[in-house]
Design a protein. Structure first.
Length: 238
């Protein structure tokens, strides 16, 4: 077992207790994720693997929803990019039963992900969420790079954003798609307006021409060309 020297170490710890409306949120390590008997005992229906190369798998007939996020436990890794999706997965998973978020040791990657969830869901600051999770699981310690990203996420939440970079990008893409779908409609309306306007003017001009023709004496109109040609031919015969 990992962390043998730490007293009362457990493969997973409960972070949010089960309620009447939702299951419990758990934070743990690799051994917890592969212990299917334990998962069944705790009514865990969703497992989020925040790590690379752990090869956690479940039988095809399993009722567990499993999602893998390939994150390395290094300071330069952009873990913040997954928090939009992990937030949604945790939120939806808690409606079905318990949720386990784990990495290799349940110390850095999965801990940062759970802290980010609490910051957004419970409106906690980084320090509040960090201390809350550490009280539940004493070995929790995200690496410094993840802590910097959690502080940046805190500023985004304080500014009323509430979304990470991935969500913002997705929203921008949706907005752009909506704008692209509206453009053809607007262009069609503009073309319709251009078509209607000349038509109404031409009718008005025709009415004006008719009125003018009715008021103009016939003698003022030039004679048709074929009549002039006939008279010229008759005069030549004479």
């Amino acid at each position: 077992m990992l962390f043998r020297g730490i007293n009362n170490y457990k493969s997973m710890n409960i972070i949010l207790d089960q309620t009447e409306s939702q299951g419990a949120l758990w934070l743990g390590d690799y051994t917890a994720a592969i212990n299917q008997q334990l998962l069944k005992q705790k009514n865990i229906k969703t497992v989020l693997t925040v790590a690379s190369g752990l090869n956690v798998k479940y039988p095809p007939n399993s009722d567990i929803v499993h999602k893998v996020y390939n994150i390395l436990d290094i300071e330069s890794c952009n873990i913040k990019r997954i928090w939009g999706d992990t937030y949604q997965q945790i939120d939806e998973g808690l409606q079905k039963g318990g949720v386990l978020v784990h990495c290799a040791a349940g110390v850095s990657r999965s801990a940062a992900t759970v802290i980010a969830y609490l910051m957004r869901k419970q409106a906690m600051s980084f320090q509040e969420a960090f201390q809350f999770v550490r009280l539940k699981r004493s070995v929790v310690c995200p690496n410094f790079g993840f802590q910097r990203q959690l502080k940046q996420f805190e500023r985004e939440l304080q500014n009323g954003n509430g979304k990470n970079d991935t969500e913002i990008t997705q929203q921008q893409q949706i907005t752009q798609q909506q704008q692209q779908s509206i453009k053809p409609i607007m262009q069609q309306q503009q073309l319709s307006n251009l078509t209607i306007q000349p038509h109404s003017i031409s009718i008005s001009e025709k009415k004006t021409m008719v009125r003018r023709n009715q008021l103009t004496p016939a003698s003022k109109f030039p004679k048709p060309a074929y009549l002039s040609n006939v008279k010229q031919a008759q005069s030549l015969k004479k």
